[in-house]
Design a protein around this ligand. Structure first.
Ligand code: TXA
Ligand code: MG
Length: 316
């Protein structure tokens, strides 16, 4: 893991400009939102997004929320609909994330969506987050800015305690007001679904929609994080730790050597993470069994192997 000294930036014009510049360069910047501090990367840069997982030490890839400055900006990346418009009018900017189908030409790294064809988008209300997103004018993927398994940070000091030296900068603008993560509503299916309760009460959403939200239990195959991913496993069989492909198999390589697609020819785990979902989709489209080269089980390799094991798991 590269060691940085983490810059603490004030939420001034200069601090915001510096934070936007670092994001453009593919670096990680923690920034305040009204819910919790986020750990942001430019959502279009796969290796930057991979670095989020590396910094957090997250052992698996979960879909991340893309933060944008406005509902108009959100529509660059997702298919909009009437319910989204109603909820955006009522609650954006604010602690509400909407999950919608990705739109054509979205440019979002598949590592942000963990290979799904939907994207969680949110317009945060915090003035420093707004200013940063406007300065970048691009989508920022951000989970909460805590090491995996630790509690979510609501001050810059919490972020520093957990991630100092692992990220480029922290944009410090005091304590978060809500302190609870955003409410997530799924709008990609036939009816609106509450995917995660959070800082905006479900009743408020239901009052605006004039209907109850369907609730998806955490044990439901589509929301339990692990199963969410295995649900999207390739159609063809996947064989792991393969030193070479067998007859009729496609070969997904890692490191130098002949293969159909290479996760990272130079054996770089961040590059491999950035390529993982896109490469699996491309090989899957060819409709043949896939053999995968061994990927080392350290750093980001842990999350990569977790995803590969799900892809290789027996299906029903
Ligand atoms: O308040 C918040 O939402 C904070 C701040 C930083 O914005 N962020 C946050 O991110 O809580 P995170 O990574 O801890 O939670 C994101 C959750 C994922 O666990 C996943 O369940 C859900 O959002 N999610 C994101 N994209 C999704 C998608 N396409 N389909 C289903 N669920 C999705
Ligand atoms: Mg979190």
């Amino acid at each position: 893991m590269p060691q940085h000294s983490t810059e603490i930036l004030a939420a001034t014009e200069a601090g915001i400009a510096r934070a936007a510049q670092l994001l453009r360069e593919g670096k990680l910047v923690s920034f305040p939102t009204e819910t919790v501090y986020g750990l942001g990367a430019d959502a279009r840069q796969g290796e930057a997004v991979a670095a989020i997982y590396e910094a957090k030490g997250r052992p698996s890839f979960n879909p991340l929320i893309a933060h944008v400055h406005s509902a108009e900006a959100a529509q660059r990346y997702v298919e909009w609909n009437g319910t989204a418009e109603t909820l955006a009018q009522a609650f954006w900017p604010g602690p509400l994330t909407l999950v919608l189908p990705l739109r054509e030409g979205h440019g979002i790294s598949p590592l942000v969506t963990a290979g799904l064809d939907t994207l969680g988008v949110r317009v945060p209300a915090h003035p420093a987050a707004q200013a940063l997103l406007r300065a970048l004018d691009g989508p920022v993927a951000a989970p909460s800015a805590n090491p995996s398994g630790k509690i979510s940070p609501t001050t810059a000091a919490h972020v520093k305690a957990g991630l100092d030296g692992r990220i480029a900068a922290i944009l410090d603008d005091g304590a978060c007001g809500v302190g609870l993560e955003s409410t997530i509503v799924g709008l990609a299916g036939p009816e609106p679904v509450l995917l995660r309760p959070g800082g905006l009460a479900a009743e408020e959403i239901e009052a605006v929609l004039g209907r109850k939200l369907a609730v998806r239990d955490v044990h439901d195959p589509l929301t339990a994080p692990g199963q969410l991913l295995s649900h999207y496993a390739p159609g063809a069989p996947v064989r792991l730790d393969a030193a070479a492909p067998a007859e009729g198999e496609l070969y997904l390589g890692f490191g130098p050597g002949a293969c159909d697609l290479n996760l990272s020819e130079r054996g770089d785990l961040a590059e491999a993470a950035a390529n993982l979902f896109g490469h699996l989709h491309r090989l899957d489209a060819l409709g043949k069994p896939i053999a995968v080269a061994p990927v080392p089980e350290h750093g980001l390799g842990e999350a990569i192997n977790d995803r590969l094991r799900r892809a290789a798991a027996p299906r029903d």
